[in-house]
Design a protein around this ligand. Structure first.
Ligand code: PMP
Length: 288
């Protein structure tokens, strides 16, 4: 595998950055997780727009244009002969002194890893996932806005540890008001009497690209959609539930906090949206 770092493609074992990079020292940097399906990089423009917003939010000036980053992504896929898989795009603050200040860092690193993806087992899509709510709360937006896709993922990692310790693979995270924000690495949707419901990003979640794809698919199918604050009760009594994320796509949820969702099977609206989503991903984005 070849890994792109600032304009050069390195063999995997030679792809290295400095231990003085603030991306390592402080998690100071940003990233994107992107899918490529049959040679089409899914919604690449939207990923790059989100990356630019993350950069602005943490005052990291990107020394590359969007077109240059886009071309670098394509170059990485071609170099690895990757037609379907996962692309990890990372921008670190760069090498600096040991202090916190990013002012000592002058050379951000653009790293692109384009590789195969290991999906959730197919049985999760057909049988659904059981999840729980964990004690670790989602970052308060006044501290570190969850909309920033930063290299500092400890908040989500701690929630993931909570979930795994309890024997689950994924978990719901609450915000400071006690409403549901998102999962450790996915957004979520509910279905209530035929209406699709998802919390607004202001509830404390990342503006997921998959979430956007599902909203567009719902509009196309004429499924009514509401963005509204969701609490645990709303989740427990919903008819259907599913998670969305770049790696996960759409994963049906059949149980939350030991409460069965709907009839305990992936719901019809969930499965329809999954089908439409999987059909559309091959033609929405940049071809390599
Ligand atoms: N929330 C969090 C915390 C995430 O890390 C991710 C990405 N894995 C998502 C939601 C889903 O976003 P996307 O659909 O853009 O992958």
């Amino acid at each position: 595998m070849k890994v792109y770092i600032n304009g050069t493609l390195f063999e995997q074992q030679d792809a290295k950055i400095s231990v003085f990079d603030h991306g390592l020292l402080y998690g100071d940097g940003i990233f994107e997780g992107i899918r490529i399906y049959d040679g089409c990089i899914y919604r690449l423009e939207e990923h790059l727009e989100r990356l630019e917003k993350s950069a602005r939010a943490i005052v990291l000036e990107l020394p590359w244009t969007r077109a240059e980053i886009s071309d670098a992504v394509v170059q990485s896929c071609r170099a690895n002969n990757l037609k379907s898989g996962y692309i990890r795009l990372i921008v670190t603050r760069g090498v600096g002194s040991l202090g916190l200040s990013p002012k000592t860092c002058s050379d951000p690193q653009l790293i692109i890893i384009a590789d195969k993806i290991s999906l959730y087992p197919e049985e999760f899509y057909t049988h659904g996932l059981k999840i729980i709510t964990v004690a670790t709360r989602r970052n308060n937006p006044a501290a570190l806005p969850p909309m920033v896709k930063s290299l500092n993922y400890l908040n989500n990692i701690m929630a993931k540890i909570d979930a795994q310790n309890a024997g689950f693979m994924e978990a719901l995270m609450l915000n400071d008001e006690g409403n549901v924000a998102e999962c450790t690495g996915d957004n979520f949707f509910l279905v209530d009497k035929g209406t699709l419901i998802t919390p607004p990003v202001s509830s404390g979640s990342l503006a997921g690209i998959t979430r956007g794809g599902v909203i567009d698919a719902a509009k196309e199918l004429g499924i009514p959609l509401k963005e509204m604050t969701v609490n645990r009760y709303d989740v427990w009594v919903s008819d259907e539930m599913f998670l969305t994320g770049t790696a996960a796509e759409l994963v049906p949820v059949i149980e939350v906090d030991a409460r069965r969702i709907g009839d305990g099977k992936p719901g019809p609206i969930t499965l329809k949206l999954l089908e439409v989503f999987r059909r559309k991903v091959r033609c929405e984005g940049r071809m390599i």
